[in-house]
Design a protein around this ligand. Structure first.
Ligand code: PEP
Length: 256
């Protein structure tokens, strides 16, 4: 099964809407020199979605738009929250769910992540569901069990077709923004175990189709090493997605 490679940029809480528009224009220019079938996604802060989506639409930029979070209700008295339909209205086709920064700073549980995953699918978006272990779990040798439990809970109760479209980003917490990474082989072991978990839940065809990204200090210098691994279908990139040059170098590494 040939899964389409994906490189997604998580801009976190960086860029004003004007800066985001310039960044995506710069990326578009640099992407013109890239040949190969990679799905490129950018996830600006909520406030930048409109400006970035306008650039993508008017300049026909081959980049998909994603948000960094979503609430699960369709509408209502939920001050400060953003509904799935508000994101699709702006052109979002992806949404990051359960990033470790949200789990850590905003107390997102697996149950909350699961509600958001379901809400994303219900509105026609594809969730990029983040999982990953803290350092203590890695050091105790419990990584695969820990991540399996996150996948079992976060991806529970889906339609099989949706499970096949799911994107899971494996992001060891100790690797995010630190410059440290697992070896590509070890990232692949966890990616394979994530795929096996989806296979046990939804059957082998869904497992073969769903994509697993690696995330955590991916840079132009190390991206190709991860992309060579058979169960790694691309990357979720934080810091290196804030510069058009480094982001597009990572996209180039994913062309195969
Ligand atoms: C992330 O925030 O999802 C991430 C992987 O960050 P960084 O690439 O900066 O480690």
């Amino acid at each position: 099964m040939d899964r389409r490679m994906m490189v997604a940029g998580n801009w976190k809480m960086y860029t004003t809407s004007a800066e985001g528009a310039v960044l995506v224009q710069d990326m578009a220019r640099e992407l013109e020199a890239v040949h190969g079938d990679v799905e490129v996604v950018v996830c600006p802060p909520f406030t930048g979605l409109k400006a970035v989506s306008t650039v993508i639409e008017y300049d026909r930029v081959p980049i998909a738009l994603g948000a960094q979070d979503v609430f699960w209700e369709r509408e209502g008295a939920f001050t400060g929250e953003i509904a799935p339909g508000m994101l699709t209205h702006l052109g979002c086709t992806y949404v990051i769910v359960g990033h470790s920064e949200r789990r850590e700073h905003f107390n997102e549980t697996d149950e909350i992540v699961n509600r958001k995953v379901k809400a994303a699918f219900a509105s026609g978006m594809t969730p990029i569901m983040c999982v990953g272990e803290p350092l203590a779990i890695r050091e105790s040798g419990e990584t695969e069990r820990f991540v399996r439990d996150q996948v079992l809970a976060g991806a529970a109760g889906l339609e099989t077709d949706d499970a096949a479209r799911l994107v899971v980003a494996y992001e060891p917490i100790w690797a995010i923004g630190t410059g440290r990474t697992p070896t590509p082989e070890s990232a692949n072991d966890v990616a394979r175990s994530i795929r096996a978990t989806i296979g046990a839940m939804y059957g082998p065809p869904a497992a073969m189709q769903m994509r697993v990204l690696y995330g955590g200090s991916v840079k132009p210098e190390n991206a190709a090493h991860f992309f060579r691994e058979p169960d790694v279908d691309g990357a979720l990139v934080g810091g290196a997605s804030l510069k058009a040059g480094s982001f597009v170098e990572i996209v180039k590494a994913a062309t195969r």
